[in-house]
Design a protein around this ligand. Structure first.
Ligand code: 4G1
Length: 213
């Protein structure tokens, strides 16, 4: 799954530049049976399966031989909700190990003893933690020095509290819809003021919660 971000785009370039490195582990390689199971039925009954402690602990021990100080982050709906502030905090860490759940998730004793931080990307049901881990890897990687070129306008001082202003590119007219005149004026101070005002208006209209926060 992780080749989606390691082989293409911003992260692939960051890896080539040795700013980021990524390694994946297959928990099934740490199974103790010939069928490579890593899950079992829940105590107390009910539907679904639970990921067992032993393969996860053995895998984390292997990882920590190379990276003793790695922070173990479990992606889960019970975690702290991800936002740009948390992304920024995580981008200070040298190494993060993302533990990704499947089925009903991991045995609670893993969370109590082996996990440093529990993070959620939002309140909806998904099939596994891998997509959530990729969201974090992308968001964190683009914050690292040297990863972005001059495409970093999204990361300016308003990035946390306001939506971006509207964007336009050629041609000037599409089916009678014109680009706002101010953007063609060449008057940069006026353009900046218009963009800021648009950001504020759009945020009030579409995401008032960002301003209330
Ligand atoms: C109960 C959502 C279960 C889900 C309530 C955000 C979701 C990982 C995340 C689920 C997951 C809600 C996330 C649910 C996630 C084990 C395997 C848990 C997948 C799993 C709202 C399934 N951010 N979900 N359970 O989706 O891992 O990081």
């Amino acid at each position: 799954m992780f080749s989606a971000i390691s082989d293409e785009g911003v992260i692939a370039r960051a890896i080539k530049k040795s700013i980021v490195s990524m390694k994946t582990w297959q928990l099934r390689d740490f199974s103790d049976n010939q069928y490579r199971n890593v899950d079992d039925k829940p105590y107390g009954g009910g539907a679904g399966m639970v990921m067992q402690v032993k393969p996860i602990r053995d895998c984390l021990s292997t990882i920590k031989k190379d990276s003793p100080d790695t922070k173990v982050v479990y992606l889960s709906p019970q975690g702290k909700k991800l936002n740009q502030e948390l992304v920024e905090e995580l981008s200070e860490l040298d190494s993060i190990t993302f533990l990704c759940g499947r089925y009903e998730g991991v045995d609670e004793r893993v969370i109590e003893n082996d996990v440093d931080m529990e993070i959620s990307i939002g309140d909806y049901v998904i099939s596994g933690g891998e997509l959530a881990a990729m969201v974090l890897i992308d968001a964190i990687s683009r914050r690292l020095p040297g990863v972005l070129g001059n495409e970093s306008s999204l990361e300016d001082s308003f990035a946390n509290s306001l939506l971006d202003h509207p964007h336009y590119t050629r041609p000037e007219v599409v089916d009678g819809q014109r680009v706002p005149e101010v953007l063609l004026s060449g008057h940069q101070a006026k353009i900046d003021a218009w963009r800021l005002q648009q950001s504020i208006e759009k945020t009030k209209l579409k995401r008032p919660d960002l301003i209330d926060d």
